[in-house]
Ligand binder design. Structure first.
Ligand SMILES: Nc1ncnc2c1ncn2[C@@H]1O[C@H](COP(=O)(O)OP(=O)(O)O)[C@@H](O)[C@H]1O
Ligand SMILES: [Mg+2]
Length: 277
């Protein structure tokens, strides 16, 4: 109470008594540990999506992803998880409103928005050429604006978006020679790690939308990927602020998640694991 009284005095009555004011200003104020206001990245307002007229996949989804969130998104196969992630990246038509950092995707410019709100599919679709060709193509897009920072792989020089994905791949057990093999000659697990290493390594994304990112990986590789991604969000390494992560593994959700969403019967709800809800 004494603290509040002093704070009120300073805020609303700064000139009441010059002597007291000087004395008070010299005293340290011990701010209580107030919770910090979360910073919204993506806001979903009444979002819905249908297969066809009268066949909704989900309706009226209201949710906000904040900086620092690792949102675990679960639900049965076919319930609409991938569809919702694609709506978030403006890759699917939807009803309602999705705001990124307070503005619509259109006002950001869709190509630029999609490099900041980056959807990483479960399996890279049938891409031509090699992963290295793919990096070159992606980096030729004008909309891409990777942050030019030093990093642990190249601490003295500037961040190199051409080599960073390869360095990350190495940490996840992907040999450099695989970057010059055609996509069609990579195993599911190799292609999955490479696609993810590109998404993280080019450092364009503010938020990654991960569609079952470790579904083709063994337990060891999964844990390496999990640690890397959650550390990157905690450290804001490369500008990454949050993840939305579809997984069928409750164990994985428990290891990486800070918030939990479930979709069932066309409704998306936040779960509070601590309350067993
Ligand atoms: N392009 C599409 N056209 C029509 N129906 C689709 C399309 N994509 C997905 N669906 C349907 O929408 C529902 C949700 O699919 P999806 O989002 O892929 O589910 P999940 O990722 O949870 O397994 C499914 O019934 C699926 O068949
Ligand atoms: Mg899916």
């Amino acid at each position: 109470m004494a603290f509040l009284a002093r704070l009120t005095q300073r805020l609303f009555h700064p000139h009441t008594d010059g002597h007291d004011l000087t004395t008070n200003l010299d005293d340290p104020i011990n701010l209580p540990n107030l919770p910090r206001m979360p910073t919204p990245i993506l806001e979903l307002k009444h979002v819905g999506c249908s297969k066809a007229k009268g066949q909704p996949i989900f309706t009226n989804v209201n949710f906000t992803v904040n900086e620092g969130d690792v949102v675990i998104f679960q639900g049965k196969s076919g319930s609409g998880k991938s569809t919702l992630l694609k709506c978030l990246a403006h890759l699917n038509l939807y009803e309602g409103e999705i705001l990124y950092r307070g503005s619509t995707p259109v006002s950001h410019g869709i190509p630029s928005f999609r490099t900041r709100v980056l959807y990483v599919p479960q399996r890279p679709s049938l891409l031509p050429g090699t992963p290295r060709d793919f990096i070159n193509t992606v980096l030729s897009f004008k909309s891409l604006d990777p942050k030019n920072k030093g990093n642990e792989h190249n601490p003295t020089g500037p961040f190199d978006p051409y080599t960073e994905p390869i360095a990350i791949g190495k940490e996840w057990g992907v040999d450099e020679e695989l970057w010059d093999r055609t996509w069609t000659n990579l195993s599911g697990g190799e292609a999955q790690r490479i696609a993810l290493a590109i998404a993280v390594g080019i450092r364009s994304a503010d938020i990654l939308l991960l569609d079952e990112p470790t579904s083709a990986l063994d337990a060891d590789s999964s844990i390496r990927v999990e640690r890397f991604l959650t550390d990157a969000v905690r450290a804001k390494d490369g500008g990454l602020s949050a993840l939305v992560w579809i997984t069928h593994s409750a164990e994985q959700g428990g290891r990486v998640g800070t918030r939990f969403l479930r979709i069932a019967g066309g409704c998306v709800q936040e779960e509070r694991p601590d309350l067993g809800v």
